[in-house]
Design a protein. Structure first.
Length: 328
């Protein structure tokens, strides 16, 4: 820093202010300092800066899979929101979602020096009484039932599923079938529970659930079963990838969508509007999810106190061309 100061003809304090991005430095002076840094190959020492400030400006993210659209888009939103606040993220994937796996991930993050942790958790783990995360670090959990012990951010799964089912009932369908996500997923459970509750509240028959695993192939297999159900005129699919598989099965069987069967998905992936036909689906605001996760951990850091409770990000139905009244 002293070398940069001499080279730029400024004080070391000015170099420090420029390297830390503080305001109040004349632009010409700032540019002179930046040029000197570049010429001399100077890089601020983040470890020394962390020792002085007590912050590493890094948020750790623990997650169990990058195979689902929801996890990938949530991670992208967290990284974008963290960067906007001047923070980087450190990603730690956990191969097996167990207590030991979570603690091992926390140990690795502690060695990497992070200020807070966001856990993207789709499986039954934090709802177990025996499971707890290490104390002393701000934590936000995505997609979990741990709101009484940690800060939880999730999309309003129940509202989105309810809107999807009501849309199909309002079109005149007698009932709505459901292709569900995997049993261990909180999101899949909430969507399936809301589907069932909405049908029951409206006095409709509840068909058997067709299981899936979020993949288009599992949706395709479920669609092949639905083809053999002559009374099926509407189906709510727990995500857009499986809905794509259902559409393929209907096309191969010669079942017209939406002429003979209406299909609604969940997620509103960027490609949903390019499906054939364009898919009616439930929109999840992943960008808002990321903002709220980062906002929560930053509040906990600044207040030096944990947060508890669940924050739900709104969902809404996007109407496209895969739904219509049942044919006469």
């Amino acid at each position: 820093m002293a070398d940069v100061a001499r080279h730029a003809g400024v004080s070391s304090q000015t170099v420090s202010r420029v390297s830390n991005g503080y305001p109040g430095v004349v632009d010409a002076t700032r540019q002179r300092v930046l040029s000197a840094m570049k010429e001399l190959g100077y890089r601020p020492n983040s470890a020394a800066r962390a020792l002085k400030s007590g912050e590493f400006r890094t948020v750790g993210v623990i997650l169990f899979t990058l195979e689902t659209t929801g996890n990938v888009r949530t991670l992208e939103a967290i990284a974008t929101s963290a960067a906007a606040e001047g923070y980087a993220i450190t990603l730690i994937p956990v191969a097996v979602p167990t207590q030991d796996g979570v603690y091992g991930a926390f140990t690795r993050l502690d060695e990497m020096a992070v200020d807070a942790v966001i856990v993207i958790m789709e499986v039954h783990l934090l709802d177990a009484v025996t499971v707890s995360l290490p104390p002393g670090v701000p934590v936000v959990v995505v997609d979990s039932d741990a709101g009484d012990r940690y800060s939880v951010v999730d999309t309003d799964q129940a509202h989105g599923a309810r809107e999807a089912v009501l849309h199909l009932l309002d079109l005149g369908h007698r009932t709505v079938w459901h292709v569900a996500g995997p049993d261990e997923s909180f999101s899949a459970q909430r969507r399936a529970a809301a589907w069932r509750a909405t049908l029951e509240a409206n006095g409709r028959e509840v068909p058997p659930i067709l299981p899936g695993d979020w993949s288009s192939e599992s949706g395709y297999q479920a669609g092949l079963r639905l083809v053999g159900e002559p009374d099926c005129t509407a189906v709510f699919v727990a995500n857009d990838q499986m809905a794509l598989g259902v559409l393929r099965a209907m096309h191969e069987a010669g079942r017209r969508v939406p002429g003979e069967i209406s299909v609604v998905g969940f997620d509103d992936i960027p490609e949903a509007g390019a499906f054939m036909p364009p898919l009616t689906t439930v929109h999840q605001d992943f960008a808002e999810m990321g903002r709220r996760c980062v906002a929560s951990v930053l509040r906990q850091m600044r207040m030096d106190a944990p947060e508890r409770g669940t924050t739900l990000v709104p969902t809404w139905l996007v109407h496209r061309d895969s739904t219509a009244p049942p044919s006469a």
